[in-house]
Ligand binder design. Structure first.
Ligand SMILES: [Zn+2]
Length: 85
């Protein structure tokens, strides 16, 4: 038996709303959308860093991406990312 809604409040009326294993299709769609958005942001960030001369994919010697992220985050606040005009 299915509940009327998933744990995120999506209606669960029939097979259009959930998979055979009971997973909510709406949640799955949301998760895929978030994943795509994050992947796109990661690619934009990688390209922007490369344009600044940082070889993010360098493996010899390997670039420390956590260290790079910490350095970037240290000099960046949310408001820096807003449009200036
Ligand atoms: Zn759901």
């Amino acid at each position: 038996m299915h509940r009327d809604t998933c744990s995120h409040g999506h209606p669960q009326r029939g097979p259009a709303d959930y998979f055979d294993d009971g997973q909510c299709r709406h949640c799955d769609r949301d998760n895929q959308g978030r994943y795509r958005t994050r992947r796109r942001a990661a690619m934009e960030l990688a390209l922007a860093l490369e344009a600044e001369g940082v070889q993010v994919m360098r493996s010899d010697p390997p670039i420390n991406l956590r260290q790079l992220a910490a350095a970037l985050a240290n000099g960046f606040s949310e408001s820096d990312g807003l449009p200036t005009d």
